[in-house]
Write a protein that binds this ligand. Sequence first.
Ligand SMILES: NC(=O)CCC(=O)C(=O)O
Length: 264
Amino acid sequence: MTQPLRIALLQMNIEVGQPEANFAKLASMLEEAASQPNKPDVIVFPEMWNTGYALTEITTLADPKGERTIAYLSEFSRKHGIHIIAGSIAEGREDGVYNTIFAFDREGNRNGDYSKIHLFRLMDEEKYLAAGDKLGKLEIEGAGAGMMICYDIRFPELARKLALDGAKLLFVPAEWPHPRLHHWRTLLTARAIENQMFVIACNRVGISGETHFFGHSMVLDPWGETLAEAGEEETILYAEIDLSLVDTVRGKIPVFEDRRPSLY
Ligand SMILES: NC(=O)CCC(=O)C(=O)O
C-alpha cells in the first residue's frame, strides 16, 4: 500500500454575483482545512465559486485572466504545501469568459488548467460563456489525473479519454442542483466503475433564485464504492484514498486490455 492521499472538498455556499464574499468564504474554509492536525494533501473547490451563475453580469465580475485567483492560491498552496484543484472560476479573457479550473502543486506552481468544454444550455451557459478546447490533465504525486466540470460527467467518452491518457483520479468541481441527485450519483459512480479510477466531485450548496444546489460532494473509489459523501449543508468533506487500488482493480478486471476500439 502506498501512502494514502488525504483529500478535502470545500462544499461551500456561493453568493451569486459577490466575488468579495466568495473569496472571504473560500479563504476561511481553506484556513480551516489547512489547520487540521491531519492536513490534507489535496483541496478541491466547487464550480464557479467566485461569481456563481451571475451570467448576465459575468463579463464585469469575471477575474481577468484569473490573476487574482492565481496570485492568492499559488501563495496558499506554496505556504501550506498542499495541492489545490481550484474549483472553477469565471475567468475573463479578451475573447470571452471561460469556466476555468486552475491547479497548483505543493510548491505553488500551476500544474494544470482546464476550461469547461461542454456548456450547459439548461443554465444558459452557451449564451454567456466561451467553451474550452483542451483536455484537463495534471499529475498528483506522480499519478496521472484528469479534470472535468459538472455537465461534463454526462460525456463518458471524455472520462475514458482521460483514463486512456493515464488518469487514475478524476476531479469534478460542480454546481449541480435538485432534482437531479439521482443523475449526479449515478453518473459519478459509472465514471468511477467503467474507468476504474477515483472520482472526487465537489458540489456547492445553497439556493440561487429557483435553483437549489444540493451538495452531496462525493469521493468514489475505482470499484465505484462511496468513500465519503456530504449532506446538503456547507461543510468540508474529507477522505483518504490509496492510489494503488487503481492498479489492483485494473488487474482484476482488465477492462483496458479487453477493449475492442476497432469495433466502436
Ligand atoms: N453546472 C452544470 O454544468 C450543471 C449540470 C447539471 O445540472 C446536469 O444535470 O447536467
